[in-house]
Design a protein. Structure first.
Length: 407
């Protein structure tokens, strides 16, 4: 956490209570793909606020919920009819995707991946594949959750290795016909911005089809235009059964969703899903405006162009220092991984990463680290941020790295 208290924000900039200006490369952890306080989002929320702020959808339904569901149904990949359930947080979306998968399949077990992050409630912590700082001390977690390695070639885990581990789980731990769902982030967020290889996603789809298992794509961080598509999994051509969405779909207001096959979601009877604030009118109004902004401002294309620019600049930086050992991304979901060389080997450097985040903040840039080794800097700048501001932020990263590695 930065010891900086926010006072106001606009698009890719934040000002603190002392009047200092910061460029925001964190976006409140991937919530602000359309920037802080996008004027169209603000206007839509204001207008909704003048009508009503709450009825509870299960008590008295309202049009923005239905309209948003229809729009997400149309955007979700796959030809089969879709339905959408709205909730409030990302964790709640994942919880509900699991409930739906269990009801539909009549099975209980779940498979998730090392390094995956799915939230902070008990089920989602159980699914999360990173002990420190998320799980340690908070167990026990729900039973029948199994973890396979996420393929990251950079750290020696190939697609074949991950697939072999999945087969091993089915051989040694749980029979596949007891598995309700496999959940995966198409691009890991907290885990380190690793892109799931598309052939791996296709293999997962085939494995799910073979055993009647549902495939859940957790798009909470990677979705909502971050990778240049509304849903990151679209890049692979794989059609998941359920998709979880949150963060940037609400443009700064809390709303989350489970979007998926209508026949799967319809397995749950009336009253089985919901929540007092689930799909709040303000959240729905904000998300409808976010989808308008995607269309009207060419956000998907802009995300791809922004990603190319980020990759180019970061590659140039990596050519100047051996401390940047990897530059990767999908669309504008881009990261660098920092290493120190010891005996000719690449050793993750979480200390340098921490120093970079700290020094950048002093120089007016909010950065976020992530990754299993704490050595990744992820970039989640507003896709609507101007080229000048993005470059100003990248210049700060470059200058900080020069300072920190000068010795
Ligand atoms: C991929 C993924 N899933 C789930 C969550 C949990 O969302 P929330 O913090 O809104 O509960 C997050 C949050 O970072 C996430 O990145």
């Amino acid at each position: 956490m930065h010891h900086i208290f926010a006072e106001r924000a606009r698009n890719a900039e934040v000002w603190d209570v002392e009047g200092r200006r910061y460029i925001d490369f964190a976006g409140g952890i991937g919530v602000l793909n359309t920037g802080h306080r996008h004027p169209k989002v603000m206007a839509a929320v204001r207008e909704q606020m003048e009508r009503f702020t709450h009825t509870c959808f299960q008590v008295m339904p309202y049009e923005p919920y239905v309209e948003l569901a229809e729009r997400l149904n149309a955007l979700a990949p796959g030809k089969e009819p879709k339905k959408t359930l709205f909730l409030t947080t990302g964790s709640e979306a994942v919880e509900n995707a699991v409930k739906i998968a269990r009801m539909h399949t009549g099975r209980s077990a779940l498979v998730a991946f090392n390094g995956g992050y799915h939230g902070r409630t008990m089920m989602t912590l159980g699914l999360t594949g990173k002990v420190q700082p998320y799980k340690a001390g908070f167990g026990p977690f729900p039973a029948e959750i199994f973890h396979a390695p996420f393929p990251v070639e950079l750290h020696g885990i190939t697609v074949e290795h991950s697939l072999a581990a999945l087969h091993s789980i089915f051989k040694c731990d749980v029979e596949p016909r007891q598995v309700a769902a496999i959940i995966i982030e198409p691009v890991q967020g907290e885990g380190g911005f690793y892109v799931a290889p598309f052939d791996f996603l296709r293999e997962l789809r085939a494995l799910c089809d073979e055993h009647g298992i549902l495939l859940i794509a957790d798009e909470i961080q990677a979705g909502a235009a971050r990778t240049g598509k509304v849903f990151a999994i679209e890049h692979s051509g794989v059609v998941p059964d359920l998709i979880t969405v949150a963060k940037s779909i609400g443009g700064g207001l809390p709303i989350s969703a489970v979007v998926g096959r209508a026949d799967v979601i319809d397995s749950v009877g009336p009253g089985g899903l919901g929540g007092t604030y689930a799909g709040s009118p303000l959240g729905c109004a904000a998300a409808l405006a976010v989808l308008d902004v995607f269309e009207e401002e060419g956000i998907l294309q802009r995300s791809l162009e922004l990603g190319e620019h980020l990759m180019k600049r970061l590659m140039e930086m990596s050519a100047r220092t051996s401390r940047i050992g990897d530059v990767r991304g999908l669309g504008s979901m881009v990261a660098i991984e920092l290493f120190k060389g010891e005996n000719g080997q690449l050793v993750p450097d979480p200390e340098l990463t921490k120093s970079l985040v700290g020094l950048a903040a002093k120089r007016g840039l909010i950065l976020l680290s992530c990754g299993m080794y704490g050595n990744t800097i992820r970039i989640l700048v507003a896709i609507t941020g101007s080229d000048e501001i993005v470059d100003e932020g990248l210049d700060i990263i470059e200058g900080c790295l020069d300072t920190l590695t000068a010795a």
